[in-house]
Ligand binder design. Structure first.
Ligand code: MOS
Length: 764
């Protein structure tokens, strides 16, 4: 046992990970925490109802809010009569553009590293209307029912102006080159058009995807109060520090005067950022000098929180008779507003997908008068892989090559666009493992060959992919007590994905402590760090910050240990953690416990804060999570009803830190992908710009009856160039799923449906 413990510490070189540098020691499982299927720390609180969500914090003397939404897409308010509402029972305030305090426009996402606003439209500042559903008034009352009642008593008249609400008509009038993160969504390698013309075998197909709305089960909500000149907000957030800064800009307050906490979030998926409702509630609370609770209705979320915008995509593939891609063209159009920054970047997955000699990728957009669209789980990849991976299936069929074999024949050796080497890419293994487990060899490549009663049965597959990101996340703080307990503080988020659990495992691993001795604090903008729970990068981002703080902690402990310690003379890079203390990497017998070091130094605790290294690793390597998706579908020959009977996701996402929470992320993404494939569609009235199905009754998503048991497996091959060997797992599940379903439906029925969602009317 002792030998084992010593062998462990010898392998642990805590300073060796840096972007572009050597693999991190946690690549190896050391103390047994990382890689363990630990159940969620917050699980018991969630299932017993003890975890407080944003709309559940009771504040003394609190008032309740309701919002009134515009009914035209563009124009201005010509008359606004609020008297009936103001005199309704229990009403304390009706706030409109006439009596709202002056508010500055909100800094848009990516306009500043700290910005988190979905749109930059002035909030209740004038009579102008920018979209159908824009908030035009807030009512505060003693009870929710009184506020809701009064919301119906506001009389408003508008002067409508011509609005751009028709996607296809707007495309016909001309499109604009889209940008994403400051770069044009346009890539060219060679001459793809010419290569396509000359190709021996060709596919050229058009795919379309509809608007999607965010539907986290927890509605967007705030409970907030002004305490002097400090605004305290219980919010549902995936960017507490960003949103606090952004709200400060709107209210003209320094960032530390806005405190946002968000300990529990009932789903985010890209939607739980800063929208108008938090701004309006904060301004109204100031006027009545009382705490305010504003929970959007489900319809309110559809009106004010953006979702995924529609796309029209073309994929043209040219190949040799042997199935080598010579031309890959993926281009098309999406929609955004004039006051946000989010063209759905559907070519992102194609950039690193295949070794085509000639590539042309391009995203154009038109501007529509609608709620500002935003990030929605795998923005770009979710719908981009639908088009690309359906086209690959069509090409495979035309070539008479198995679709998995076609993909493997076009595996790139380096990134086809950037030319960078891949940090780790084992998609071939994901394909082979998945094919075997799913029983792919039983598939008949000819469509409509497998029938059971009135059901046609088919199998399909598709590639899943999502980039590795790490945003400069700011500092983490470690407090290590004399008793050998550690607290990690960072302004991160738990939206149900297991952040607190996985990070406790990682910190315990690094500090050589049992998990019970590690407390992970998050979800509070007063904590250090600027962490976005988005881009599937929060885990890597936090990990890098904690590693940096840990390294500094070790240096400080060595200084405190001094010359009387068995560790005397050792440098930080020569020391690792085990059994609640530090030990030499070369000579494990040189060990001293944290308790001993701090006792001798007469210190109760050591507090360390450190910034992570800049995320330079993505400049050295092309870094992506990978997956192979397999679907079996049954389609009813009489009703056209498609029914998913089996699904397997085979993933290559680096080291899996917690197999239990990671599997849930994969499954959750796949379920959302099944909705994208078969159900989800915001019905947007192109005459009025109004979403016509703003409810869970009319906007369909998978329920348990729609979802079979979903099998997930993974390679668990650590990525040597990420902080913990792990790449993201949060978004990849929704990618590739739409295409796997569509390809399975083709194999079952012989029908290619290139327009999502694949509803039964398209299959009859
Ligand atoms: Mo996600 S769309 O990065 O929350």
């Amino acid at each position: 046992l002792m030998q084992g413990a010593m062998a462990k510490v010898v392998a642990l070189a805590p300073d060796s990970w840096m972007p572009g540098g050597e693999p991190d020691p946690l690549i190896r499982h050391q103390h047994g925490h990382v890689g363990k299927p630990v159940s969620r720390i917050d699980g018991p609180l969630k299932v017993t109802g003890a975890a407080p969500f944003a709309a559940e914090f009771p504040l003394e003397n609190m008032v309740y809010a309701a919002i009134v939404y515009s009914r035209i897409a563009k124009g201005r308010i010509t008359s606004l009569n609020v008297e009936r509402a103001e005199s309704a029972p229990g009403v304390l305030l009706v706030m409109t553009y006439r009596n709202a305090p002056r508010l500055k426009p909100a800094p848009l996402f990516m306009s500043d590293p700290k910005a988190a606003a979905g749109d930059s439209i002035p909030v209740l500042q004038d009579e102008k209307i920018y979209w159908n559903g824009q908030p035009i008034a807030i009512i505060l009352a003693d009870t929710q029912e009184q506020a809701d009642h009064a919301a119906g008593l506001i009389d408003v008249a508008y002067a409508a102006e011509p609005a751009e609400t028709d996607f296809h008509a707007a495309i016909a009038r001309g499109t604009t080159q889209s940008q994403f993160m400051g770069q044009p969504l346009h890539d060219e390698v060679g001459d793809a058009q010419a290569a396509f013309e000359k190709a021996a075998v060709k596919i050229d197909a058009a795919y379309s995807t509809p608007r999607h709305n965010h539907n986290p089960i927890e509605l967007h909500a705030v409970t907030l109060s002004w305490e002097g000149d400090t605004l305290r907000i219980h919010d549902a957030q995936q960017a507490v520090a960003h949103s606090a800064w952004t709200l400060g800009q709107v209210l003209d307050l320094p960032a530390d005067k806005v405190v946002i906490t968000s300990p529990y979030v009932g789903g985010g998926f890209g939607s739980k950022t800063l929208w108008q409702h938090q701004i309006i509630a904060a301004a109204a609370a100031k006027l009545v000098e009382r705490p305010v609770r504003l929970m959007l209705t489900r319809e309110g979320v559809y009106r004010t929180v953006g979702g995924r915008s529609p796309t029209e995509q073309q994929v043209a593939l040219g190949a040799t008779a042997e199935g080598k891609l010579t031309a890959l063209i993926h281009r098309g159009v999406t929609a955004k507003t004039s006051h946000n920054v989010m063209p759905e970047p559907f070519i992102l997955p194609t950039r690193s997908a295949y070794a085509a000699e000639n590539i042309l990728l391009d995203v154009q957009h038109v501007e529509i008068d609608m709620t500002s669209n935003t990030f929605m789980r795998a923005p770009g990849e979710a719908v981009g892989t639908f088009a690309l991976e359906c086209a690959m299936d069509e090409l495979a069929e035309k070539l008479g090559i198995d679709p998995i074999e076609l993909r493997l024949r076009n595996e790139p050796e380096k990134d086809p666009i950037s030319g960078l080497p891949f940090s780790a890419r084992h998609i071939d293994q994901a394909w082979r493992d998945g094919a075997e487990r799913f029983g792919w060899s039983a598939r008949n490549p000819l469509p409509r060959m497998h029938q059971e009663g009135e059901w046609l049965i088919g199998m399909g597959c598709a590639t899943a992919t999502y980039p590795y990101y790490r945003m400069p996340g700011g500092a983490a703080r470690i407090t290590l007590s004399r008793a050998g307990h550690a607290t990690i503080d960072i302004a991160a988020h738990e939206m149900g994905m297991g952040t607190a659990t996985a990070q406790t495992q990682v910190a315990a691993e690094r500090l050589g402590l049992p998990m019970s001795h590690v407390q992970f604090n998050y979800g509070d903008s007063t904590l250090p760090g600027l962490v976005l729970a988005g881009g599937s990068q929060q885990t890597a981002s936090i990990g890098a910050s904690v590693i940096a703080a840990y390294n500094k902690l070790v240096a400080q402990l060595l200084a405190l240990a001094g010359n009387d310690s068995p560790l005397a003379g050792l440098k930080q890079a020569e020391v690792g953690s085990r059994d609640g203390g530090l030990a030499s990497l070369d000579d494990p017998s040189r060990y001293e416990s944290y308790t001993s070091i701090l006792s001798r130094a007469q210190r109760d605790a050591v507090v360390i804060e450190a910034e992570p290294p800049m995320p330079l690793e993505t400049m050295h390597w092309s870094m992506h999570s990978h997956g192979a998706m397999f679907c079996e579908v049954r389609v009813n020959m009489i009703t056209g009803e498609p029914c998913i009977s089996r699904f397997l996701g085979s993933f290559d996402c680096g080291r899996i830190l917690n197999p239990k929470t990671a599997a849930s992320q994969f499954r959750g993404g796949i379920i959302m992908g099944l909705g994208l494939a078969l159900m989800e569609e915001a019905q947007f009235d192109e005459r009025s710009g109004r979403i016509m199905n703003p409810s869970l009754a009319e906007y369909h998503m998978p329920v348990h009856m729609d979802v079979p048991e979903i099998d997930v497996i993974w390679t668990d091959i650590p990525d040597p160039h990420t902080p913990m060997g792990a790449r993201g797992v949060g978004e990849i599940g929704i990618t590739g799923t739409g295409a796997a379903v569509a390809n399975a439906i083709y194999n079952a029925t012989g029908k290619r449906v290139r327009d999502l969602p694949i509803t039964l009317d398209k299959l009859i």
